[in-house]
Design a protein around this ligand. Structure first.
Ligand code: UFG
Length: 332
């Protein structure tokens, strides 16, 4: 019996593979390597002492997915694979919808043919849209997304809920991530965006390294603690452990469950920058820039449900996230 981790060489998938392997679960990684490299499999082996099976495949390719299910006895799918750049999704909506929706449908088809009953999905806090009060609770209405990436998460949630309704033996976990940062403490795994980063932490580490001249802080006139945007940052290793907890719960519980995976705490851009500077003893020059289109002032999770149902909560601090992200940038 094995677990299929699609997108398993990516940022969150690779850290989750480590946690699953360390928990003694057999994992099969499938990734088309469009945004990661095969040496991640070696790194997972270095950390865990176990080499996971690896298949280079696109999860929209029905034949390739069928071949994986025929070769391995897959008891659950953890579906990370997907396009994830918010800005790019506005430029390429058709590509985003095709890739992010067809992969889920293709996996569901194969699961049905092979009697596989557990689907854990990488969703996002972005499904809460712009109009909900904070903190976000799983029972709040979703939608009002501001870009095709967000809508593709929303639509995937709907597809999976409908699939679970039609097949009462199916177990679906919708995991709504907040802002994952940090890296594995070994420095062997981390976030490695190509080109100029869109997200805050990879941008900070490139500035600290001297590869970019300064950070642009997008807006200091929001109604927040210091005027800059507030997010719920979560260490990627805590997030990976959240997947393990969700999978262990899901395998014994049919039906759909939604979980926020966040810390429940908000941190502003300037608070993150100051913490990074302090724990790493390095400068991060920044300038205040105009607000970025589509940004929300402040959001963070109500993380109560994951604590109560999964007995999971974050353990690592913002200091840990800053230290591990910098360690990764220096070694990676
Ligand atoms: N920010 C800057 N400068 C930068 C980059 C970001 O000031 O160079 C600010 C943003 O304005 C925001 C905060 O840092 O206030 C965080 O921005 P990120 O781009 O790191 O993250 P977002 O909250 O915008 O988006 C993330 C994920 C999305 C996901 C969303 C909601 O990247 O995939 O959280 O879950 F949809």
């Amino acid at each position: 019996m094995a677990l299929l981790l699609t997108g398993g060489t990516g940022f969150i998938g690779s850290h989750t593979a480590v946690e699953f392997i360390q928990a003694g679960l057999e994992t099969v990684i499938a990734d088309d390597l469009s945004n990661s490299t095969a040496d991640v499999v070696d790194r997972i082996e270095t950390i865990t002492g176990v080499r996971p099976a690896f298949v280079c495949a696109d999860m929209c390719d029905a034949e390739a997915v069928e071949a994986i299910f025929s070769q391995y006895d897959i008891e659950g799918v953890i579906h990370f694979a997907g396009f994830k750049a918010v800005g790019e999704s506005v430029e390429k909506p058709v590509e985003y919808y095709r890739n992010n929706l067809l992969s889920t449908l293709t996996l569901l088809d194969a699961m049905r043919r092979h009697g596989c009953k557990v689907f854990v999905f990488s969703s996002s806090a972005t499904v809460y849209g712009e109009n909900n009060p904070i903190p976000y609770v799983e029972t709040m209405q979703t939608g009002d997304c501001t870009n095709p990436y967000g809508w593709s998460k929303f639509m995937n949630e709907q597809i999976l809920m409908d699939a679970a309704k039609a097949d009462p033996s199916l177990s679906v976990s919708l995991l709504r991530y907040f802002n994952p940062i940090g890296a594995h403490e070994s420095g062997l795994l981390g976030d490695d965006p190509s080109g100029i980063p869109n997200n805050l932490m990879p941008y900070i580490t490139r500035v600290a390294k001297g590869e970019l001249p300064h950070l642009n802080v997008y807006g200091n006139d929001y109604p927040t603690v210091d005027g800059t945007g507030v997010r719920d940052y979560i260490h990627v290793v805590d997030l990976a452990k959240g997947h393990l907890a969700a999978y262990q719960y899901a395998k014994d519980h049919a039906g759909t469950e939604v979980f926020n995976l966040g810390s429940g705490k908000g941190t502003s851009v300037l608070q993150l920058v100051e913490t990074f500077k302090r724990v790493n003893n390095i400068d991060v020059p920044y300038v205040i820039a105009p607000r970025r289109a589509g940004d929300i002032a402040e959001f963070y999770a109500d993380a109560t449900k994951a604590e109560e149902v999964l007995h999971w909560h974050t353990e690592k601090t913002v200091e840990d996230m800053c230290r591990d992200s910098w360690n990764w940038e220096m070694k990676g």
